[in-house]
Design a protein around this ligand. Structure first.
Ligand code: ATP
Ligand code: MG
Length: 724
């Protein structure tokens, strides 16, 4: 196996070696970013197969997200190409749970149907087999009112949360949620899913819960899965929830050969009930477990490692590690302030264009909404990109449909069916009754003339409708950008959106953001038709770019999906207060640091530690016409990097700690628990929808959850771990 290491050009360090060779029994590897956690897992799998003769199909590697499952698989294939048939099973915990659940329900002769979490545009008469539609109806039944979009997010997060935390139904009311009667609605939701004869509806959380229960109740099922694998490994375990841990624990119980790899500083899914604390209690489940710690970063240049290491120490609620590296320094972290979002997109594109290897460049953002402008700019310059995460809702969003609807009316104002689509969203607001009356007139004249001449109107309407007629006519010859501004500000669409936001709880910033993005896309185009074609083209380009994964293309990704990956060059964009940290993250909570703020710090840290040699942080002065403030995280990096006057001095010495860095750390044998991590707020949600989606509610720890009694400083040590 030593030869194998040589061949791969990776000389494992002492701890890594230990983790690879110690194949039997439970092992927990808690380590810094870039310290070789994933590398170690892959080498361990290779070692099991090549040195110990384990059949690949006897090894199960589980991760939390599809992205990291894929990352592991890719790396494994790179290291050990052409492995024999019946390869190692890399999967997400959900796909494993799905398999168990399916088997269990088949045995019980119950059929099932999966309910999707997302739904694009709920229509009144759509069959409610989407999670959100079901919840919308149930909420209306319980409360006699509609859920706002924010409440819907809150409610779905709450439901995921109680299930992933394995909170029994009777205790649901104690879990905090700002949606009135959330627990009751959640119970109704459970009942609804079971109200079909011979069939259950299951959502993604149910898969986990059902699988876990099935493994608990059916010895036979448990036996079957336990006997299928001899080795279980999990990467990125800091993102694993309680129910997920429970499943993995059961799976590995027979042989106890479980290797768990994690970094609590990269825990970015506590909003979805990830339970990093479990790892620190690992030895209460597997008392013989060996715990190892790694702090040497092999990925990034010295400046990046030093600054990131200092940056993460902002957080109080963590287990102190001192990440260091022996890598040389490279250029300092580059901080740049642009004028606006568009300037940022241009800057990134121009910088990326100069690079020879595009696949070693990544652009990372917190919100998917950022991807559209970026791709518009890259496409314009003909720079290939791979969109790992994009705003999938954008091209089918009703705001975009509305804008095109207005534009169609510019071509002809003689078709009531075109007016029908936008009649309540323009000045002169035409009611349903008026629309019906108009529809009955079949004389091929302008809808506006017909309305004015033949349909009973309110006093204010004739004048406004006559104006609309002229505006639509003038729009026809306009450049699309001017047309959009006319739609927004003269035809009354912007006001209509504001009305809808007030009435229906839509997120105004997100909707306005779409309009601004549309204006930017329209910029420089000549006709309305060009604009419609450009949108069609971009939509296709976005889809096509998903195929560019292994091509020479720049990666666009959210910070969340970039976890575990590495690139020579990383641009982190949109670094303004309000996005990262979001407004919710910045809210103060009683008794200290907001868990949301700490999670935002971790998210930023995950972003920084993706870069091998070049890290560029970008911010801007204005967003959507309003003043924007540079992210406080960016300011913190600036301070850390160049404390006043330090700039001209020689580079700082490496921050390698004095103690022997690769020392293995074994947990003490007294079975003492590691210090408790403070509970995290249940409703800390990810923010993927645009700045407006920061509409998250900060909550304190769930009632009944005991806050840690230890002082923050006690949290900072690896108590209970002794050098081995
Ligand atoms: P993350 O926390 O971001 O998931 P990680 O701990 O999983 O990071 P890896 O991705 O496994 O880290 O490794 C980071 C980089 O360091 C990789 O490029 C890997 O090849 C390299 N590396 C890991 N271990 C060694 C080693 N012993 N010698 C040289 N390079 C190494
Ligand atoms: Mg990794």
């Amino acid at each position: 196996f030593a030869r194998k290491q040589e061949e791969l050009g990776v000389a494992l360090n002492e701890v890594q070696k230990k983790a690879v060779l110690q194949t039997e029994g439970a092992l927990l590897l808690l380590a810094s970013p870039g310290s070789g956690k994933t590398t170690t897992i892959i080498m361990r799998i290779g070692y099991l197969i090549e040195a110990k003769g384990v059949h690949p199909s006897r090894i199960k590697a589980v991760t939390f997200s599809r992205a990291s499952a894929q990352d592991m698989k890719d790396r494994y294939n790179r290291f050990f190409p052409g492995n024999p048939d019946g390869g190692v099973q890399f999967s997400t915990i959900h796909s494993f749970a799905f398999e168990v659940m399916r088997e269990h329900l088949r045995r019980s002769r119950i059929s099932f149907q999966i309910i999707e979490g997302e739904v694009e545009q709920p229509e009144e008469d759509e069959l409610p087999l989407h999670k959100k539609l079901i919840l919308r109806d149930l909420y209306r039944k319980v409360r006699g009112e509609n859920l706002t979009e924010d409440q819907m997010e809150e409610l779905t997060t709450y439901i995921s949360y109680v299930k992933n935390k394995l909170i029994p139904e009777r205790a649901w009311p104690e879990a905090k949620c700002d949606v009135p009667e959330a627990a009751l609605v959640a119970k109704e939701y459970e009942a609804f899913k079971r109200s079909f004869p011979g069939k259950v509806l299951v959502d993604y959380d149910d898969m986990l819960v059902i699988a876990n229960e099935a493994l608990e109740k059916s010895g036979e099922l448990l036996w079957k899965y336990q006997n299928r694998f001899d080795y279980v490994l999990t990467d990125e375990s800091q993102d694993t929830s309680l129910v997920q841990h429970a499943i993995i624990e059961k799976l590995a119980r027979r042989h106890g050969c479980l290797c768990v790899v994690a970094d609590d500083d990269q825990s970015i899914y506590t909003w979805r009930a990830a339970e990093p604390q479990y790892l620190l209690d690992f030895r209460s489940v597997f008392p013989e477990a060996v715990v190892l710690k790694m702090e040497q970063n092999y990925r990034s240049s010295r400046n990046i490692v030093d600054i990131a290491n200092k940056f993460i120490k902002r957080n109080e609620n963590r287990y102190d590690k001192n990440m260091f590296t022996r890598n040389p320094g490279s250029r300092p972290i580059y901080l740049k302030q642009l004028e606006d979002y568009k300037g940022q997109a241009k800057y990134v594109a121009a910088a990326a264009e100069k690079e020879e290897s595009l696949s070693e460049t990544a652009v990372l953002y917190r919100n998917n909404a950022s991807s559209i402008m970026l791709m518009n700019e890259f496409d314009r310059r003909g720079i290939p990109f791979y969109m790992k995460d994009g705003d999938n809702r954008f091209f089918s969003h009703w705001v975009l449909e509305d804008v095109l609807g207005f534009m169609r009316m510019a071509y002809t104002d003689k078709r009531p069916d075109l007016l029908e689509k936008i009649h309540t969203k323009m000045s002169g607001y035409i009611s349903k009754v008026q629309m019906a009356a108009l529809g009955a007139i079949d004389n091929g004249e302008s809808v506006f003339d017909n309305l004015i001449a033949h349909v009973p109107l309110q006093d204010y309407q004739p004048k406004q409708l006559a104006e609309c007629k002229e505006l639509f006519q003038s729009m026809r010859a306009m450049e699309p950008r001017a047309a959009i501004r006319l739609i927004r500000f003269k035809l009354g669409y912007e006001r209509a959106i504001e009305r809808m936001c007030e009435r229906l709880g839509f997120r105004k910033e997100y909707l306005i953001g779409i309009l601004n993005t549309l204006e930017d896309i329209a910029d420089g185009l000549e006709t309305l038709e060009d604009f419609a074609n450009r949108l069609k083209y971009l939509e296709a380009a976005m889809k096509a770019s998903k195929k560019n994964k292994n091509a020479d293309a720049v990666t666009f990704s959210t910070l969340h999906s970039a976890k575990g990956l590495e690139f020579e060059r990383v641009f982190m964009i949109d670094l303004i207060d309000g996005i990262i940290p979001s407004n919710e993250d910045m809210k103060k909570v009683d008794g200290g640091v907001s868990p949301l703020m700490e999670e935002a710090v971790r998210l930023f840290y995950v972003g920084m530690t993706r870069a091998k040699r070049e890290l560029t942080l970008l911010s801007y002065n204005r967003r959507d016409g309003e003043e924007a403030k540079e992210s406080q995280f960016m300011e913190a990096v600036r301070q850390l990097q160049s404390p006043p006057k330090a700039q001209a001095q020689a580079p700082a010495p490496t921050s390698a700690p004095a103690r022997r860095p690769e020392a293995a750390w074994n947990a003490g044998t007294d079975g003492r628990r590691l210090p408790a991590r403070k509970p995290t707020a249940p409703n800390a949600k990810r923010n993927t929808r645009g700045p407006a989606s920061s509409g998250v509610t900060v909550t304190e720890g769930r009632p009944g959850e005991q806050p840690s009694e230890r002082s923050p400083s006690a949290l900072k040590s690896f108590e209970g771990l002794k050098p081995g």
